[in-house]
Design a protein around this ligand. Structure first.
Ligand code: F6R
Length: 351
């Protein structure tokens, strides 16, 4: 039984409380960014926006892009690498996001963006990114750096959204109304997902996934959510997981659902659904499920809840985050530590 006693036994660093506190964290992030000064930034001529960050800090950029890009008059890109594309330069609003402030890909890209004359903003818990920003007079929002980066999602995406809203790049998005709706919805969902609730969707999904390879399929509009599900299953449950998007996977991956047959039968598919996705994509998801089901270990659909796009994205993220916690517990894994990520960073530091 995935009850509180069992969860707490495998969760000494308290990922459970991080998940319970997520709606409050979002409210705290909205408050924190209210006092953030961006003097003179509204008068600048911005031609494109780049949000740079890796892993738990990078997903914030994907979420922001999902909310603003369709109505934004200029291109919005999420960047996850050392070097920058040639278009980044004067006229680029470059927002560097790093929880630790010490992620080398993000640091290198922000240095290049600075050298090329981009307009910079930093969002970080401290480290070298904070130092870099302070030394050069770059606006830097300092977020509370407790726990794991992936548990600080509220601090890593809401401030970026608020900044873009303030600078006029989040058209068609009601920052106050949509964040309030999302926070209320998250509070309700979190109550229902608690381990003291005898059964709930994340527990069911974790049971279905346990011992299987989770494959996440989603419409293109839910790309950020699919990335988050995959990363949370990887980092919390220490399980492999993969995602792909529709319609693209209908043009290639769908044919792969045959071999190795022992492997396909060990794959559990989660289809992330949203009523606002293109109706042809929704139809494609139904047909895809019919065509591949007999080769899988099972297929589950998870539907978004809420009105605004932000609330719908976060409702799906909440299901995924809690599923990854219960999957970790099912595998008797402590969800918090990321030993290999840390060891890899340690070895990179040595040269
Ligand atoms: C998530 C996690 C990683 C980091 C990534 C970047 O919990 O540990 O995905 O987010 O390695 O590090 P930061 O976020 O410090 O820039």
């Amino acid at each position: 039984m995935l009850d509180s006693i069992r969860v707490r036994r495998h969760d000494p660093e308290n990922m459970l409380d991080q998940l319970i506190g997520f709606p409050d964290q979002c409210a705290g992030a909205v408050k924190l960014v209210e006092g953030f000064q961006l003097d003179g930034y509204t008068e600048l001529e911005i031609r494109n926006i780049v949000i740079a960050g890796m892993g738990g800090s990078g997903i914030g950029g994907d979420l922001v892009k999902a909310v603003v890009a369709d109505n934004c008059p200029i291109p919005v890109a999420v960047h996850r690498d050392y070097s920058l594309p040639a278009f980044v330069g004067q006229g680029t609003l470059f927002i560097a996001v790093s929880f630790s402030g010490n992620t080398e890909e993000t640091l290198m890209s922000v240095e290049t963006a600075y050298e090329r004359g981009a307009v910079l903003i930093a969002i970080t818990g401290g480290g070298k990114l904070a130092e870099f920003a302070v030394q050069r007079g770059i606006p830097c929002l300092t977020i509370p750096a407790r726990g794991q980066p992936r548990s600080a999602l509220g601090y890593l995406y809401l401030p970026v959204l608020a900044i873009l809203d303030r600078l006029g790049f989040a058209q068609g998005f009601d920052f106050r109304g949509d964040t309030q709706e999302a926070i209320h919805l998250l509070s309700r969902l979190v109550n229902g997902f608690h381990p003291d609730v005898e059964d709930n969707r994340p527990k069911q999904l974790a049971r279905q996934m346990c011992g299987k390879l989770p494959i996440i399929y989603a419409p293109q509009s839910l790309r950020a959510v699919a990335i988050r599900w995959t990363a949370q299953i990887n980092e919390n449950a220490k399980s492999l997981a993969y995602h792909n998007l529709l319609p693209e996977m209908n043009h290639n991956e769908i044919e792969g659902w045959k071999f190795p047959s022992d492997l396909t039968r060990c794959c559990f598919v989660v289809m992330l659904c949203d009523d606002a996705a293109h109706n042809r994509t929704q139809r494609r998801m139904e047909i895809t499920a019919q065509l591949i089901e007999k080769h899988t270990a099972g297929i589950a659909q998870v539907h978004s809840q809420g009105e605004s796009l932000l609330a719908r994205l976060l409702s799906l993220i909440a299901v995924g985050d809690w599923t990854s916690l219960y999957l970790a517990v099912s595998y008797a894994q402590d969800p918090t530590p990321v030993v290999r990520i840390q060891e890899l960073k340690r070895r990179l530091q040595m040269g």
